[in-house]
Structure formats: structure tokens, C-alpha cells
Design a protein around this ligand. Structure first.
Ligand code: NAI
Ligand code: A1CAB
Length: 270
């Protein structure tokens, strides 16, 4: 299975790195990238072919992975329409609907919409997937192999759920970093130096997440176990509740979901 990436930015870097580590050979991968500096970087980093012209990048490829910004997608998809043979198309663009990509490509229906996240860089991504009806069982397995090279994958049965995936896990690493930023700030205000605050915050976050993954219990139960009656955690959680922090986080994720849908509507009209 030969893969052509359209766009050689951050996400393509993560995915290509994962595929090569999984045993893919550089000869199976090609990148179409309009920026000459990026092309050089890709060649230098991975020893894979990087070209500027779409048609040149597609020769011999079975899968086209669209990794350009949502704003650039409709023009590229329309250009692709005339060049398609029997390619599987996978798009990772936020918000852009598989149904619109298919429409821009004159109804071509072998389209999968995927939403990975940046932990792909260390092969710890989670990716939501949605397939149009024209995608075969083999196409689905190939999609799982490609996105599975950088982490775990899950299929959604309805396209709207990809907006939810985008809001929860696509953007999610930013929420986690935001929380860690706050923990580090507090640690330093309490007299720890930057490196101590970093170590304590990050390892607490990673340890708690690992514990939750390995435990069969609900996270609320795990939280209760940290919270001694009359103790320090109780005081902190009460403060979070008084400030309505859970509500604020839930609202933020709804906002991201709304933005993903807006992106779909915005470009769906074109
Ligand atoms: N950054 C993130 O956390 C995530 C991003 N995404 C999605 O992945 C897509 C790519 O995101 P990034 O890699 O972060 O963006 P990026 O800006 O790092 O990469 C995009 C690349 O595409 C190139 N490009 C632009 N127009 C092109 C064209 N016509 N032909 C070929 N190359 C072209 C640009 O020069 C750039 O190198 C976006 O649609 C984004 O919504 C999906 C999941 C997570
Ligand atoms: O912020 C964005 O639009 C992209 C999609 C998910 C993560 N980054």
C-alpha cells in the first residue's frame, strides 16, 4: 500500500514518523507539499519523496491522505477529481465533511474522515474515524493500519460524531496542557522551582491517567479515594466546584464541537 500525503505539516510529520517506525519503507510514502523548505525538511528527516505537483505525487499511490488546512481542502479535492484512479481518500481536516469531499471529487465515495491528535508524535494518538458507504472492509482495514501506526483508532457510525471527536480528543491535548500550565503556576507560587513544579505536575497527570486507564472503577470513585474527609483535596475540590470549573470545561468542549460544525457548514456551502 503506497501512501501520498497532501500537505507535509505537523500532522503529516507525526503520521509518517509512525508509519516508518512500524516498518513502512520510505519508498512507499510520497508527500505533495507546496512549500520548498518543508519539502527539504521532509526529505532530510525521512528520506521520502517530496514533490510540489499533485499529479506527480500520485503516480503509483493507493491511498491519498489529505493533511492540509480546512481552508485549502476544497480546491485540492476539486483538482484531485480528475486524477483519481482507485485511491482510498483519508482526510484529517477538522470540520470538513466526508460528504463534501466526495461532492468536490464529483461523487467519488471511497472517502474516510479521520481525526487524530498531536500525541501522534510519540505514537500515543487516539483517532476517530468515519467512512462513507463507498468504503470497503479492506479500505477500513488499511485505514486502521495507517492511523493505527500512531496510536489507537475507533470508528463512528455517524458523521456528526467526528465533530464530537474533534472537540474531545482532537483539541483535547490543548485542554490537558492548559490544566498542566495551571498546576505548574500554582506549584511555583507555592515556592517550588520551575523544574520541580514541572516534574510534579506532569508525573501526577500521567500517573493519574495511567491509573484510570488500568482501573475498572469510575474516575469519580478514584477521585473519592484521594479525597480524605476534612483534608486538603476536599478543600481544593470544593473550590473548583464553587468556581464551576466542571461546567466551564464541558462548555468549552461544546464550543469546540460547535466550531467544528461551523467549519463544515462554512466550507460545505462552497
Ligand atoms: N494540529 C492538530 O492538533 C491537528 C490537526 N488536524 C488537521 O490536520 C490538518 C493539517 O494540520 P497541521 O499538520 O497542523 O497543519 P500545517 O499547517 O502544519 O500543515 C499543512 C501543510 O500543508 C501545506 N499545503 C498547503 N496547501 C497545500 C497544497 N495545496 N498542496 C500541498 N501542500 C499544501 C502547507 O505548506 C503546510 O506545510 C488540518 O486540516 C487540521 O485541521 C487534525 C488533528 C489534529
Ligand atoms: O484546532 C484545530 O482546529 C485543530 C483540529 C483539532 C486540533 N487542532
Amino acid at each position: 500500500m503506497n501512501i501520498t500525503f497532501i500537505g507535509g505539516g505537523n500532522m503529516s510529520f507525526a503520521l509518517i514518523g509512525g508509519l516508518l517506525q512500524q516498518g513502512y519503507s520510505p519508498g512507499q510514502i510520497c508527500v505533495v507539499e507546496i512549500n520548498a523548505e518543508r519539502r527539504e525538511k521532509i526529505k532530510h528527516e525521512f528520506d521520502v519523496e517530496a514533490v510540489a505537483e499533485l499529479a506527480k505525487g500520485l503516480s503509483g499511490s493507493d491511498v491519498i491522505l489529505l493533511a492540509i488546512k480546512p481552508q485549502q481542502l476544497s480546491a485540492v479535492a476539486r483538482e484531485l477529481a480528475a486524477l483519481l484512479r482507485s485511491h482510498l481518500i483519508i482526510s484529517i481536516a477538522a470540520g470538513i465533511r466526508a460528504t463534501d469531499i466526495s461532492r468536490w471529487m464529483s461523487g467519488y465515495a471511497r472517502v474516510v474522515r479521520a481525526m487524530p491528535n498531536t500525541p501522534a508524535l510519540i505514537r500515543a494518538a487516539v483517532t476517530g474515524l468515519y467512512a462513507l458507504d463507498g468504503v470497503s472492509a479492506e479500505d477500513k482495514r488499511n485505514t486502521e493500519t495507517i492511523l493505527g501506526a500512531v496510536g489507537s483508532v475507533l470508528w463512528c457510525n455517524h458523521e456528526e460524531l467526528l465533530d464530537a471527536v474533534t472537540a474531545l480528543s482532537g483539541s483535547g491535548p490543548a485542554y490537558v496542557f492548559y490544566f498542566i500550565e495551571a498546576m505548574q503556576k500554582a506549584g511555583q507560587e507555592l515556592g517550588l522551582d520551575a523544574s520541580q513544579a514541572r516534574q510534579l505536575s506532569l508525573e501526577t497527570f500521567a500517573g493519574a491517567a495511567r491509573l484510570a486507564i488500568q482501573s475498572d472503577e469510575h474516575v469519580a470513585t478514584l477521585r473519592a479515594r484521594v479525597t480524605s474527609q476534612g483534608g486538603t483535596t476536599e478543600r481544593a475540590i470544593q473550590s473548583l466546584e464553587n468556581d464551576n470549573v466542571k461546567h466551564a470545561i464541558v462548555r468549552a468542549i461544546h464550543m469546540a464541537n460547535q466550531r467544528s460544525r461551523e467549519l463544515g457548514d462554512e466550507f460545505g456551502r462552497t
